[in-house]
Write a protein that binds this ligand. Sequence first.
Ligand SMILES: NC(=O)c1ccc[n+]([C@@H]2O[C@H](COP(=O)([O-])OP(=O)(O)OC[C@H]3O[C@@H](n4cnc5c(N)ncnc54)[C@H](O)[C@@H]3O)[C@@H](O)[C@H]2O)c1
Length: 414
Amino acid sequence: MERLKLGFIGAGFVAHFHARALKMVRGIDLAGVHSLKWAEKLAAFAKENELGDCKVYPNVAELCKNCDAVGVFAPNPSRVELVEQIVEAVKAGAELKGLICEKPLARTVAEAKRLVALGKESKVPTAYFENQIHMKAIRNALSQLEPEQKAMGPIALVRSSEEHAGPHEPWFWDPTRQGGGVLSDMACHSIAVSWFCLTPVGKPVTYLEPVSINAETALLKWGQPRYRKDLLDRTGIDYSKTPAEDFCTGIVTFRNPDTGQSTKAQFTNSWMYDKQGLRLLMEGLGPGYAFEVNSLKSPLEVFIGDIAAEAVADAEAALEKATASRGLLAVQPNEADLYGYADELVDARKAFLVGKDGLLNWEYGLEITKLCQAGYMAAERQRTIDLTDSAIQKELDSYTSLIAQGKGAEVLCK
Ligand SMILES: NC(=O)c1ccc[n+]([C@@H]2O[C@H](COP(=O)([O-])OP(=O)(O)OC[C@H]3O[C@@H](n4cnc5c(N)ncnc54)[C@H](O)[C@@H]3O)[C@@H](O)[C@H]2O)c1
């Protein structure tokens, strides 16, 4: 079996998720890592789990020279700079077969366009990592319902949400570094997976045309004095000065270019979901059929009484962003597989080895960035944004949301 030597840039939360996923993937060796922090820990995990001879490299150029493909798993503000370094490495002779970038591709449309241009300049195939589209539950729902879709017509409404109690690292909370709040961070998932599920069987991922978007952003929990102080103490980020939204919701309307039929993606995302931990909820409704995915439903539950709770070292071993370590707990025994990380790596390997982009390339990531930024625009202007209007598309090219500019107080906390 032909193998792909993969290198990671970044060794934090998502890099570890991908390393866990690699335990289930054949034909990829984790060959190296370059990261400002935690690289040794990731390399040790790779060795312990026989994922490959993962070496720690001091810079992007060295990593690229020693790998077949690299994944950018570093924070959003470093994307452009890191991809510029990758392109330099390719020009200097690194023979890369693929470039991966985690969601969200970028913080603004301008940045996303720059990344797409850099990808093209490198002439290396790309993959945009949106794990939810690769979730086995989603793929299974769609394949189970394929005959019904063909007989009755496509799915007309998808509701999708991803919610948890808030991100782990300070940079996520800072709208000027992250690019916004939960809309930028997580609505990118929900919009993408909804668009994918609405797409008629066999059509390309951007077949349905985005027509319009409306959205609301709000600060429902982390702007309250008590939680604001908690956030400031933990992260140094002051939501009385530079708040980001901890809740967003909206609807994207799509049009089928052949039939003219309208379909809708309804998204809801929050960083104030104080239940057991991360929950993904997807629901697709077609004529006479439906599906529902709820990631908190697991065949495994454990119970931990108060008397034993002190012994629990890490609640997140049970579930991403777990909020409790006692009582009746939902446990997902294989989150890396459940959330689609393993399958997106399989897709990237297969594509890169034959010289192609992954199912989702960086151009696709740009389309998702446009939709998220148009969501901010809709929330700021309190009106539906017409995505077919060329003037709006032009405005989006240089648009940075007020929240991302650090002016969230003008639109939130009213
Ligand atoms: N698909 C998902 O569901 C999912 C989940 C979490 C994070 N992500 C995405 O992955 C990216 C990383 O998030 P995370 O949670 O792993 O962040 P993190 O803060 O946990 O880890 C970031 C890692 O990148 C390193 N790093 C930072 N700047 C760097 C630079 N300039 N050069 C090299 N290394 C650098 C850090 O030292 C750290 O090891 C983000 O874009 C985030 O949106 C996706």
